[in-house]
Design a protein around this ligand. Structure first.
Ligand code: SF4
Length: 445
């Protein structure tokens, strides 16, 4: 039985108890969320003892995914392994291997190992296309079996969740490609499938054989992440007929997955103007009866190249505060190049900030404790405490020390005019003494 079926039968399993413990909620709350399909657990049963507990959905901490992987013009396995380690070190919750260059089986297995215990996601259509390109000279010679067999191979390897662009029907792809959209299809997987459907005049195999796909996922109790091939790649395409038409198809597929007892989540934007981010989340949740919503960005402006992690984190914070459950990071390299390891780090930190800011709104009791502690540390100029609580302690320490030892207990911003020093004499009279009060006035943590 899948965890979804267990939950529906009323059973509280050890895994549900673990999720409850990790998230700080009651096991019955987790069971109910799983039973309604509003929570998913990102793990393939083959890796249940290898990956950490990462549950996504209603009442769960907002999670952050880091996309890594080779391209077919830049194949550097060591760099991708380093990115997987960075994802682990800087607090991503999951990693997706989006590799399209090199020996994709070897690369996926190495990235999976390096990222453990983080759950691993993939987009198997990339490998189906690239393997056929290598074997038969062009990816468009790919058959339906090539696609389905690749999915099965990833499941057998223990991949925990996969993006499947099942809602891009032939009719939708054909209309979108010929449309006046600024960027007709910006999803790589969606473009591959659209090209294949148009070339062969055939329906999307993931849509046509969705029941077979569900059977495969059920066997491994892995999670289907329904891709959004027609997501807006530009603000002017957000919520147009193509974007919304695909969302409607995806909503029906969510229902079918639940009927089969398969865990499923929905993917969303893209580029969306700030004033439509909340509506986007509400609509997706309404149409899918609260399916976990996995959202890219959303980027709230199209002109932030070089800083798209910031444009995406702004949209991500708003989306998550209003119900999005899982943020796919964007790096400063978005729209420009394959990210390097440092850009992966910047993307992860930006989206962890967005996720945490959203959780303060969603679950203040659980999420805000650390902020309250930080405020107190700042109020008493406890630098070690401040640096240890920072979301990126290394960067905070680096900046703290950038001019060498500080002459005062404050920092070089205000020096002796530090508000905490100026008022210290009077504050001491009204608050309990702290060990920090005994510290020397010169400090370089
Ligand atoms: S010197 Fe200014 S910036 Fe630095 S800790 Fe004091 S108030 Fe804050």
């Amino acid at each position: 039985m899948t965890i979804y079926e267990d939950a529906r039968s009323g059973k509280i399993t050890d895994e549900m108890k673990k999720i409850a413990e990790v998230e700080g909620v009651e096991p019955e709350f987790v069971r109910r969320g799983l039973a309604k399909g509003r929570i998913v657990l990102l793990r393939n049963v083959l890796r249940a003892d290898k990956v950490k507990v990462v549950a996504v959905g209603e009442g769960m901490r907002t999670k952050v995914n880091a996309n890594i992987g080779t391209s077919n013009t830049l194949i550097d396995l060591n760099m991708e392994i380093e990115k997987a380690r960075i994802a682990k070190k800087y607090g991503a919750d999951t990693v997706m291997d989006l590799s399209t260059g090199g020996n994709l089986d070897v690369i996926r297995r190495e990235i999976m190992k390096a990222a453990e215990p983080l759950p691993l996601g993939t987009v198997p259509i990339y490998q189906a296309f690239m393997d056929v390109t290598m074997k038969r000279g062009a990816g468009l010679y790919m058959t339906e079996d090539d696609i389905l067999n690749t999915i099965e191979k990833h499941l057998k390897d223990g991949v925990d969740f996969m993006t499947l662009h099942a809602a891009l029907t032939k009719e939708l792809a054909s209309r979108a490609v010929r449309s006046e959209r600024a960027e007709p299809i910006v999803s790589r997987g969606g473009s591959i499938l659209a090209a294949w459907m148009l070339e062969h005049d055939k329906e999307n195999p993931l849509y046509e054989h969705f029941d077979y796909v569900l059977e495969m996922f059920k066997e491994y109790d892995a999670v289907i992440s329904l891709g959004d091939s027609l997501r807006p790649g530009a603000l002017e395409d957000a919520h147009d007929e193509y974007h919304l038409s695909e969302l409607m198809v995806n909503a029906r597929l969510v229902k079918r997955a639940r009927e089969h007892g398969v865990q499923v989540m929905l993917e969303g934007p893209g580029h969306v103007p700030l004033d439509r981010v909340v509506a986007d989340v509400k609509l997706a949740k309404r149409l899918t009866d609260g399916a976990p919503y996995y959202i890219l960005g959303p980027l709230v402006t199209d002109i932030a190249a070089g800083y798209d992690h910031i444009a995406g984190a702004i949209g991500g914070a708003l989306a998550a505060a209003h119900g999005a459950d899982f943020l796919c990071y964007v790096t400063p390299a978005e729209h420009l190049n394959l990210p390097n390891p440092e850009q992966v780090r910047e993307g992860i930190i930006a989206f962890r900030i967005a996720a945490h800011a959203a959780d303060i709104v969603k679950y203040p009791d659980r999420a805000m404790k650390v902020d309250i502690e930080m405020g107190r540390c700042r109020g008493r100029l406890d630098w070690e405490c401040m640096l240890s609580l920072a979301i990126d302690p290394e960067k905070a320490r680096e900046i703290r020390n950038q001019y060498g030892p500080t002459p005062l207990k404050s920092c070089n911003m205000c020096g002796s005019l530090c508000v905490f020093l100026l008022l210290d004499k009077w504050r001491r009279a009204t608050r309990a003494p702290s060990p920090e009060d005994a510290r020397p006035t010169t400090s370089t943590p």
